[in-house]
Design a binder for this molecule. Structure first.
Ligand SMILES: O=c1[nH]cnc2c(CCNCC3CCCCC3)c3[nH]c(NCc4cccs4)nc3cc12
Length: 372
């Protein structure tokens, strides 16, 4: 039976090439995890997600506990069977989504009480219930129940919030049921304050986790502050465990974070943007609603192997978007996920060959050119 583990295969500065082994398969890192909110990567078939090169997807505890319910998913064989995704799945703890989506949230030492944004029914999430739900979903990687410290926060506010998350991290670890091939990740908090980040990392190491996420970032602090915080945080985390930067990000954010020691990423942008006609290319984002594309016979991105770029023109994509045809968001979602997976593969190859700094410089140069 596979044990949950992380293989460190190569290093190039602080950047790492690795492989995470889980009960449902391996993940090559640096890795981008497409978000599968309500047990689906929106507008994509599971086979299409796999065809992009994605090896792991995210499931959303908040949504699934409300509908169809974690017990129902468990009765139906767990999330892998329910959504027909045989590969690894990471579920978030539900905490972040409760704070951003639910109504009438009441947070106390024990957890969060909230009303469903669907029907107003009352629910409660605690470290213990979050672990139970993630186990019912059969997540290969379970996230500790934390509070994402709002931004901006004073050092005092960030300290109070971080200490609550550390108490919740200990309770998450105590409630987590260890199984071969299944892992639990802790989440570092501490705002943009180096001492608090150090305190949080130290607290999590004492509790002991299979992987370490950096939370509380990509919440409006800006790329410079995010990178500065990573520079004082990742060096404090174990070299032989995966690091996961939550909610990141744009391609330039991901590249900069990989250079600062991050291995795993999740972000709603490639899927959400795909549905709003925003396409990610090596030369920056392209808005296909823009009339400049209406006579353009070229593919969205030269050299991209996805069905959107392989089989269709910008003029056609523009037409689909303007006509609000379902195929529009389908093709752009596929392209965006493929573009992110191609970026991660290029980063892995660059690290393996010891040229990741050069890769980052070239990527920044191309993006600065803008689309033509
Ligand atoms: O400290 C954190 N703790 C827990 N989760 C965080 C998340 C959510 C990560 N994606 C979850 C996914 C689970 C499946 C459904 C989709 C989300 C963050 N996202 C961002 N920035 C991006 C942001 C997105 C929205 C507002 S900021 N910063 C984050 C910080 C934390």
């Amino acid at each position: 039976m596979t044990q949950f583990s992380f293989e460190l295969l190569a290093e190039d500065g602080a950047a790492r090439l690795g492989r995470v082994h889980t009960a449902h398969g391996a993940i090559d890192t640096p890795a981008f995890m497409p978000v599968g909110t309500a047990a689906t990567v929106k507008a994509m078939l599971p086979g299409s997600v796999a065809a992009t090169g994605a090896q792991i997807v995210l499931g959303n505890t908040y949504h699934l506990m409300l509908r169809p319910g974690a017990e129902r998913v468990a009765r139906l064989g767990g999330l892998h069977k329910f959504m027909n995704w045989p590969g690894p799945i990471l579920t978030d703890s539900g905490g972040f989504q409760v704070m951003s989506l639910a109504k009438l949230r009441k947070l106390d030492e024990d957890g969060v009480t909230f009303q469903s944004h669907h029907d107003g029914s009352r629910h409660r999430l605690t470290p213990e219930s979050s672990m139970d739900i993630q186990r019912l979903l059969d997540a290969d990687i379970t996230m500790a129940f934390d509070e994402c410290t709002p931004f901006p926060a004073t050092p005092e506010q960030a300290a109070v919030s971080m200490r609550l998350s550390m108490r919740w991290a200990a309770r998450s670890k105590a409630a987590f049921v260890p199984r071969p091939g299944y892992g639990l990740f802790g989440i570092v908090q501490g705002g943009v304050y180096p001492e608090l980040r150090a305190d949080s990392a130290k607290a999590l190491l004492e509790i002991g986790f299979d992987g370490y996420a950096v939370g509380g970032l990509a919440v409006g602090e800006g790329q410079e502050a995010m990178f500065a915080t990573l520079e004082v945080t990742t060096p404090l985390l174990p070299r032989d465990k995966p690091r996961y930067l939550m909610g990141v990000g744009r391609p330039s954010d991901i590249i900069g974070a990989v250079l600062r020691g991050v291995d795993m990423f999740d972000c709603v942008m490639p899927t959400r943007s795909g549905r709003t006609a925003q396409a990610f290319t090596r030369r920056g984002t392209v808005n296909l609603r823009n009339a400049r594309h209406q006579d353009d016979p070229r593919p969205l991105e030269e050299g991209c192997s996805c069905p959107c770029c392989r089989d269709h023109s910008r003029a056609y994509l523009h037409h689909l978007i303007r006509s609000e045809e379902i195929l529009g968001p389908m093709l752009l979602t596929w392209h965006n996920i493929q573009a992110y997976q191609d970026l991660m593969r290029s980063l892995r190859e660059a690290i393996a060959e010891g040229r990741v700094a050069e890769f980052a410089a070239e990527a920044a140069r191309l993006e600065a050119l803008g689309d033509i």
